[in-house]
Design a protein around this ligand. Structure first.
Ligand code: COA
Length: 389
């Protein structure tokens, strides 16, 4: 089996975009083509992440539509949908297709628009997002995603003594990182007091504990080792990818804080990469809400179970700390255009491993990990990237 590489990456700024999905995606795709030094005719397949285009923009059959817009008509195209883990799942399939020898060079990416630029405001978009919760057991109760993660986090607070101040420190850290990232939606710092004083959304989360609604696109070119050698893009290696699910209804989960899908996906990715958690130098994790980052760093084995709460306040997960988490600003500050988020994490980590991350560069990073979670913590994809000679 060949060893897949990421040879090119590109993304738009995350924030509010008035442009249609095709135009937004084209910006990210063309940036990735240029970065990889690849021509359209050299791309064998296109795997796209888009979770909600049918509901938000009456825009479906998107993979071939976007492919034609960037000059790739004729190749196999496939759209993936897995709630917030959408484009990581597309990435997994691109990696497997290249590993197996089916394709040599694959375009993978994601695009989504979730801001009021779609014509849908906060209540309507909250309802669209809630369609990823269980249709019979959860949607009728009015459970929203701030509510889903609020319940998981409340349980963590009950079991481990995690405090609202601990959670606020995650927002403070990720907003600080976001100021170092010109593509981030929020380029402003915040404080624990400001987070705690912001309006309550779903207990224990205040507005500043939440990721925003965002528009944006991200793209990457995945190539075989042999194909990568003939392209000018600076390659990083794909060391391992894990993908696991849990039962969807919160009420049926064996454990609310241990995030089974993340633990299983991480175990698979670590085994494939032949590394342990302490080999990871930098991580992008799914901090859709501050409490989600706490659960993630425990599931990934960066801290002991129950010890995730104080990690941000202690500086453990900050740039310069033991294990820098979300140097891009994460979903919290960089933004979260659902279908684009997974590949955007890989864009950040590719730049980190190349030494191109500027003011937010983690020195001498050799292994980088992306954790992308979907729905009621029911789907997780964990990817490990590595420096290659
Ligand atoms: N973080 C920081 N600032 C935010 C923010 C966020 N998440 N959301 C909005 N803001 C800011 C806006 O920029 C605006 O600032 P301004 O007054 O300086 O212009 C202000 O707060 C009010 O914005 P508005 O859009 O009116 O807020 P809202 O109350 O309609 O929505 C949330 C705020 C938190 C409810 C909304 O962003 C939300 O639901 N986020 C979660 C999305 C989600 O569930 N994603 C899926 C995760 S699994």
């Amino acid at each position: 089996m060949t060893s897949p590489r990421i040879v090119g990456v590109g993304m738009t700024d995350f924030g509010v975009h008035e442009r249609p999905l095709v135009e937004l995606f084209a910006d990210a795709a063309f940036a990735a083509f240029d970065d990889a030094g690849v021509e359209g005719g050299e791309i064998d397949a296109f795997y796209l992440g888009n979770a909600m285009g049918g509901q938000t923009e009456r825009d479906t059959h998107l993979a071939p539509t976007l492919a034609s817009h960037v000059g790739l008509a004729g190749i196999p195209c496939q759209r993936y949908e897995d709630a917030c883990a959408t484009s990581s799942n597309a990435f997994k399939h691109a990696v497997r297709a290249v590993e197996s020898g089916r394709h040599d060079v694959v375009l993978v990416g994601g695009v989504e628009r979730c801001t009021p630029a779609t014509g849908l405001g906060t209540p309507e978009m909250t309802a669209v997002f809630a369609s990823a919760a269980h249709r019979q057991y959860e949607q009728p109760t009015g459970l929203s995603f701030p509510g889903v993660f609020g319940l998981l986090t409340t349980r963590h607070m009950h079991e481990h003594g995690t405090t609202e101040e601990d959670l606020a420190a995650v927002a403070v850290k990720n907003h600080r990182h976001g100021t170092l990232n010109s593509r981030a939606q929020f380029g402003k710092e915040t404080t624990v007091e400001e987070v705690l004083d912001s309006p309550l959304v779903a207990s224990p989360f205040h507005l500043m504990d939440c990721c925003p609604f965002s528009d944006g696109a991200a793209a990457a070119i995945v190539a075989s080792e042999e194909a990568a050698a003939s392209l000018s893009g600076d390659p990083v290696g794909v060391a391992g990818v894990g993908h696991a699910t849990d039962v969807v209804p919160l009420a049926d989960k064996a454990d609310l804080t241990a995030t089974r899908s993340a633990r299983e996906a991480a175990a698979q990715a670590y085994e494939e990469a032949d590394i342990a958690p302490d080999h990871v130098d930098v991580a992008e994790v799914h901090d859709c809400f501050t409490g989600a980052e706490v659960l993630a760093i425990e599931a990934l084995g960066f801290v002991e179970d129950g010890a995730g709460g104080p990690a941000a306040a202690a500086g453990t997960t900050a740039l310069g700390g033991e294990i820098p988490v979300n140097p891009s600003g994460g979903l919290k500050a960089k933004g979260h255009p659902i279908g684009a988020t997974g590949v955007a994490q890989l864009v950040e980590l590719t730049e980190q491993l190349r030494g191109e991350a500027g003011d937010r560069q983690v020195a001498d990073a050799e292994y980088a990990l992306a954790h992308n979670l979907g729905g009621d913590a029911a789907t997780t994809v964990v990817s490990v990237l590595e420096v290659v000679a």
